[in-house]
Design a protein around this ligand. Structure first.
Ligand code: ZN
Length: 345
């Protein structure tokens, strides 16, 4: 995750990155300056010519600073000179999605269009007994509002991605592609990404809680033992006390100790109660070709169109999502309002 974030930021700054050996990256800056980086502690110990980058190292802080300053969305355009579309499309579509009570779909046409996806990088800080910091990346297809984070490596492998505003883009630009419609707004994509990241954060919190459970238990047991012993001693003293004012003092002391114990228990529980703080560190809008495939689906005498998408840069299909609720599906039915996954029943 850190490697992806740091190298990605370098590339957005105009640098070229090459993995010269396992875990070792040469980063050639736009001014011709070269840095040799690694994200692996063991590699850094073996290879003195490598600069170690991890959370807390000066270079990582610097990169985070840069990406914070950029703040807003960067645009990267992914040119693809020759696009290959898989053969026997109708059969492939039929494997991708099952249309309930319909004949197998027939592909009628396909076109290459310009699709878009936004990468959101979230900075997450888990506050607990110690501070845990993480960068979480979420990639959302803006046409489908689908989470396609698993395809991020394929997109980032397109090192030749350029900013559409630069001259270079003008030089290499293929016949311009029609922008795929309809597109969801950046805000909607962000909301989708926020849902994905909050699910991940909740899982991570559960994980951290399990990880720290033993430590919390030990701290609790130690405190319990201390208060139990103290109370036992006080109660013995109370049994043996004869003087009225001493009895009174001991009784008060016992109550105070019990209150203290309760407070300590709450303190321990609170210090292990994990709170996550999330902020958006950076976002990148990728404009990349997408193959839009139109199929016809027939149910008795009715015929309906259905659009599917193929990402040539990942050589894989886009997830099929329910047009009604945007959830990825493998099965769709049709009613008088259109296609849905069962969410309208
Ligand atoms: Zn649905």
């Amino acid at each position: 995750m850190i490697a992806e974030f740091v190298l990605g930021t370098f590339v957005q700054q105009g640098a070229t990155v090459e993995e010269i050996d396992w875990g070792i990256y040469d980063v050639l800056g736009p001014e011709g300056d070269l840095r040799r980086l690694t994200f692996d502690v063991e590699v850094a110990q073996d290879r003195l010519d490598c600069e170690l980058v991890s959370i807390g190292t000066p270079l990582f802080e610097e990169i985070q600073q840069v990406s914070r300053q950029q703040g807003k969305t960067l645009v990267r355009w992914v040119p693809m000179p020759d696009i290959k579309v898989p053969g026997s499309l109708s059969e492939k579509v039929a494997k991708l999605i099952h249309f309930v009570k319909c004949r197998p779909p027939q592909v009628v046409s396909w076109t290459v269009e310009e699709g878009s996806a936004v990468l959101f990088r979230f900075h997450v800080v888990y506050q607990m007994a110690e501070l845990v910091e993480e960068i979480v990346s979420v990639l959302i297809d803006c046409g489908l509002l689908a989470d396609i984070t698993s395809l991020l490596p394929s997109l980032e492998a397109q090192w030749f991605a350029v900013d559409p505003a630069t001259d270079l883009a003008q030089d290499t630009k293929q016949p311009s592609l029609r922008r795929l419609q309809p597109l969801h707004s950046l805000a909607e994509s962000y909301q989708q990404a926020a849902k994905v990241v909050s699910r991940q954060i909740n899982q991570r919190i559960d994980e951290l809680q399990r990880e720290y459970h033993v430590q919390q238990q030990e701290e609790q047991d130690q405190s319990d033992r201390y208060y139990q012993t103290t109370l036992m001693t006080l109660r013995q003293q109370l049994q043996n006390a004869v003087d009225a004012s001493r009895v009174q003092r001991l009784k008060e002391k016992i109550i105070a100790t019990q209150t203290d114990w309760d407070r300590r228990r709450e303190d321990i529980a609170r210090s292990y109660n994990i709170v996550a703080e999330v902020s958006l560190d950076q976002s990148v809008l990728y404009l990349a070709p997408v193959v839009s495939i139109e199929a016809t689906v027939q149910q008795r005498t009715d015929r309906w169109p259905f659009l599917l998408f193929y990402y040539p840069w990942a050589r894989t299909w886009a997830p099929v999502v329910c047009p009604s609720c945007n959830t990825p599906v493998t099965k769709l039915g049709h009613d008088n309002e259109g296609w849905h996954c069962g969410c309208r029943e």
